[in-house]
Design a protein. Structure first.
Length: 320
């Protein structure tokens, strides 16, 4: 297990990370000692989380198997992109400081009636299920996660958007006192809060999943608790974590990464092995927690669900 982990960590994600601040190697190795602490914190949380009794939820048979091994929890919950905390992959200890109760989500913009809903009320109103999804980061690594959550389309029905709503815009918390990466000065060029968006048509697709749990338990903070999105056919940066606001808009939202570097990270960001990132190939991916390098699939293998969304849109930069 140790060897498996160490190998996964030592693989050269630093060569392909989108950030320009590379990980300090000594800090990186030192972080390994925090695993046991995380396991303890995770257990404590599972006992105190008011939503704990909702897990595990029943598995959606259409998504019970992603065709690859599920990435071990210990790896997945300790290897994360969450720039609010810092730009390394080792944010899980810092993320524990995020208060996730009380937590509410604002629904506003082009809707019949803007509302603010407490996370536990939202959980009661939505149909929770488990789905095993593949995740492909733009940095050319991938993982497989048994998520628990509800369909974004069910959330959209709850929000009752107006006909003028063409996009759904998601926003993460902005808490510089808790999340050091958001402190002015440190990474002050970063356009906080983190924002992402999809079209209304994409939001109505079967795949987009509002995630509240993973591995049959409430979601670890490192993975975006208490609410994150997962869009399995798009590069991972679209799958925004720590959501506090969902707005329905007539204008296309500009995502965090698009704002930082529009020439490399666009609105659509659909996975395509044939369209290279300006600085690296997207043809294959490293399987997190293993030494394996496997071919990347168009739409991350979810084309049967989503390809029709993009018919006639060949002029759009669909794959960056
Ligand atoms: N708020 C927020 N959401 C985010 C990110 C982030 O830095 N901040 N990183 C994204 C990226 S690049 C990836 S690959 C996934 C990682 O999710 P994971 O930590 O559960 O593996 O979260 C995405 N969502
Ligand atoms: Mo990513």
């Amino acid at each position: 297990m140790n060897i498996l982990r160490r190998r996964g960590w030592e693989l050269p994600e630093r060569l392909v990370t989108p950030e320009h601040v590379f990980l300090n190697r000594r800090a990186f190795l030192a972080a390994g000692t925090g695993i046991a602490a995380l396991a303890v914190a995770g257990r404590a949380r599972a006992e105190t989380d008011p939503s704990a009794s909702l897990y595990p939820a029943s598995v959606n048979p259409a998504f019970k198997d992603a065709g690859r091994d599920v990435t071990p929890f210990e790896i997945n919950s300790t290897y994360n992109n969450y720039y609010e905390f810092n730009t390394s992959k080792r944010i899980y200890e810092q993320a524990e400081a995020l208060p996730i109760r009380p937590w509410s989500v604002v629904i506003d913009g082009e809707v019949e009636k803007p509302v603010t809903i407490a996370i536990d009320d939202l959980l009661k109103r939505m149909t929770l299920e488990e789905r095993v999804y593949r995740h492909r980061c733009v940095e050319a690594w991938s993982m497989v996660v048994p998520w628990t959550g509800f369909a974004l389309s069910e959330f959209v029905s709850l929000a009752k958007p107006l006909a003028s709503a063409k996009f759904v815009r998601f926003e993460t918390f902005n808490l510089p006192d808790v999340a050091a990466g958001q402190k002015p000065g440190l990474f002050s060029s970063m356009p906080w809060p983190y924002v992402e968006g999809v079209t209304i048509a994409e939001a109505g697709n079967e795949l987009p999943f509002m995630v509240t749990g993973a591995y049959g338990k409430p979601l670890p903070k490192s993975m975006g608790a208490p609410l994150r999105l997962h869009l399995p056919w798009k590069y991972g940066f679209k799958s925004i974590k720590g959501i506090v606001r969902v707005s329905f808009t007539s204008e296309r939202p500009i995502g965090f990464w698009e704002q930082l570097q529009a020439s490399e990270y666009g609105f659509w960001a659909n996975v395509n092995p044939e369209v290279a990132h300006p600085r690296w190939s997207q043809a294959s991916e490293r399987v997190l927690g293993t030494d394996e390098q496997i071919p990347t699939q168009l739409f991350n293998g979810y084309g049967e669900y989503v390809a029709a969304l993009y018919a006639g849109m060949e002029k759009e930069p669909l794959y960056m």
